[in-house]
Structure formats: C-alpha cells, structure tokens
Design a protein around this ligand. Structure first.
Ligand SMILES: [Fe+2]
Ligand SMILES: [Fe+2]
Length: 179
C-alpha cells in the first residue's frame, strides 16, 4: 500500500502556479518506446481523473454564502489547474487525451450533483473518498512510471494539492457546526 504523505516542500496555497512561455517544451525525443507508452497511459489517466474531479466540485457548489462553497470553488479552480497541467503535458509529448474521458465527466457530474442533493455531510464524504483515492493513485503513478523531471514535479505538486483537499474536507467534517 502506498502511504499518504504530505509534501511539505510544495506550497498548496498556490492554486494556479505561474507557467511562462519558456516552460513549454516538446518532450519525448530519444525516449525508448516502452517508456513513452507508460508516460502516455499515465498522463491520460491523470487527465481523465482530473476531468472527473473538476466536475465533482463544480456540481457540489450551491448559491449559499458559506465557507464550504468558497473552499469548493477554490478546489474546483485547483482541479482545473491540474487538468491544464496534464492536458499540456499530453500535447507536449505529441499525445492526445483519452477518447473515453467524457465517461468520467459524467461520473464526476453524478458524484457532484447527487452528493449536493444529499447535503453537506455527503458533499464532504464524497470529497474525502475521492481525494483519498486520488492521493494513492498519484503515489502509484509516481512510483511506477519513469517521468521526465518537469512532469514529475507537477505530479508531486498536484498530489500535495489532493492531500490538501483531503485534509480540508476532513477538518470540515469534524467541525461541530456541520448540519
Ligand atoms: Fe486534482
Ligand atoms: Fe483534489
């Protein structure tokens, strides 16, 4: 089992790290084809999961003026950053997103929409369940794939963000004023 670890060296208060023109690169030249194949599968998996994550939070947000809604909006924004991270990396490598990712768009919508109908506790429990899986999944992909250094750092930062989401929803759930 992969341990859940908080990466202390990544600042998770940064929701959208700056990306400059010089940070974009064409990648994969000279890499053996089996390494490229693993990277492609890994990036498509991450891109697909982030498609789902954006939708979960997007459909959990209500119109109510609350701290939870504010945090859900920031989590949604953070997942949008992750989605961009992996979409950019896919195209830098000359790959395309997975054809079946729309299925995960629907799964994310369902998780988000139905947990919102069930109320605050269901919203938080859904977030905790999904983020726990995300942190573990990121850990496995980090361990099993020989990433280039830039991509590895992005995956580590994004994993730290997921850990931050998990902790945030756990703290909310244990707070006394949850109805
Ligand atoms: Fe994410
Ligand atoms: Fe997350």
């Amino acid at each position: 089992m992969v341990r859940i670890m908080e990466k202390k060296d990544y600042d998770i208060s940064i929701i959208r790290p700056e990306m400059r023109l010089a940070d974009f690169k064409l990648r994969g030249q000279g890499m053996p084809s089996d390494r490229l194949k693993r990277i492609k599968e890994g990036l498509q998996t991450l891109h697909t999961l982030e498609t789902m994550a954006v939708n979960i939070y997007k459909f959990q947000i209500t119109k109510k003026e609350s701290e939870l809604n504010l945090q859900l909006i920031s989590a949604m924004g953070n997942e949008m950053t992750h989605l961009q991270d992996f979409q950019i990396k896919l195209f830098e490598y000359g790959f395309k997103p997975s054809m079946i990712r729309f299925l995960y768009w629907i799964v994310g919508f369902k998780f988000g929409f139905f947990s919102r109908l069930l109320g605050t506790k269901a919203i938080l429990k859904t977030g905790i369940w999904v983020e726990k899986k995300a942190v573990r999944h990121y850990g496995v992909l980090l361990k099993e794939i020989d990433w280039d250094e830039d991509t590895r750092k992005i995956i580590e930062k994004d994993q730290a963000d997921e850990y931050g989401h998990l902790k945030r929803w756990k703290d909310f759930l244990s707070a006394k004023d949850i109805n």
